[in-house]
Design a protein around this ligand. Structure first.
Ligand SMILES: *[C@@H]1O[C@H](CO)[C@@H](O)[C@H](O)[C@H]1NC(C)=O
Ligand SMILES: *[C@@H]1O[C@H](CO)[C@@H](O)[C@H](O)[C@H]1NC(C)=O
Length: 214
């Protein structure tokens, strides 16, 4: 099954990274399942591809800077996919962030959780929901956050090394982000990235169906 495969890859990665760094339990605020659940907001453009439509919506994001080796340390952009994003989980990425002195930031995907541009999800309103728009959201967020870091450290025009990370759908976004915006990132981790689009992919349903019947 897709889900368990993703989990296995995740566990494998967590295992490998945990061996490379310190034990997971020691990496982050003791006992906490999240590095942070402190909500922040930015104004995001609704349609990145219209020269005339300047509407915006509120996009939620999270930041964790406790491990950041200021001012030049890397920034891990943890991409949220097709579900609500309520914080930054305290998982293997926290271990890596501590090891590399990285900041961790996570914007919520448009149309999910609290980052929906519309109250009513009608077909008409859903037309701005696409991976392409989401990729440009990430690029805008990346620039926005870099400027906020620069303001915090009292400097301008500086670029920290940015590394993007995602799993499954957000893994695909992570790979595409690196392809589309190579100047905005120094690397990408696409864990179980679903980068191959297959029209009417009924084999997926069969995969899900067969263990349910077993
Ligand atoms: C920021 O940098 C400028 C120019 O070096 C300096 O005048 C100013 O005091 C600095 N502000 C802070 C908050 O450090
Ligand atoms: C999708 O594939 C199934 C099985 O091959 C087929 O019966 C169905 O007509 C296809 N639907 C579309 C919209 O192409």
């Amino acid at each position: 099954m897709m889900g368990s495969r993703v989990r296995i890859v995740f566990l494998l990665l967590a295992f490998l990274f945990a061996r490379a760094a310190e034990p997971i339990a020691a990496a982050a605020p003791a006992g906490s399942r999240h590095l942070t659940k402190d909500e922040r907001w930015m104004n995001q453009r609704l349609d990145h591809f219209s020269p005339t439509d300047h509407r915006q919506f509120k996009q939620r994001y999270f930041e964790f800077l406790d491990y950041h080796r200021a001012p030049g340390g890397p920034v891990f952009l943890r991409i949220c996919g097709e579900s609500a994003c309520d914080g930054i989980p305290n998982d293997y990425l926290a271990v890596l962030a501590k090891k590399f002195g990285a900041a961790v930031v996570t914007p919520e995907h448009r149309y999910y959780g609290k980052s929906s541009p519309f109250k009513q999800l009608t077909t008409e309103n859903l037309r701005f929901l696409s991976s392409k728009q989401a990729l440009f959201d990430l690029a805008v967020f990346r620039q926005y956050y870099q400027e906020s870091l620069n303001a915090r450290y009292n400097r301008s025009g500086f670029d920290n090394p940015w590394f993007v990370i995602g799993v499954s759908y957000s893994g695909a976004l992570s790979a595409w982000f690196r392809l589309k915006f190579p100047h905005l990132t120094c690397g990408s981790l696409a864990s179980s990235g679903v980068v191959l689009a297959v029209y009417n992919y009924t084999d997926f349903d069969k995969q899900v169906d067969s263990p349910l019947r077993a």
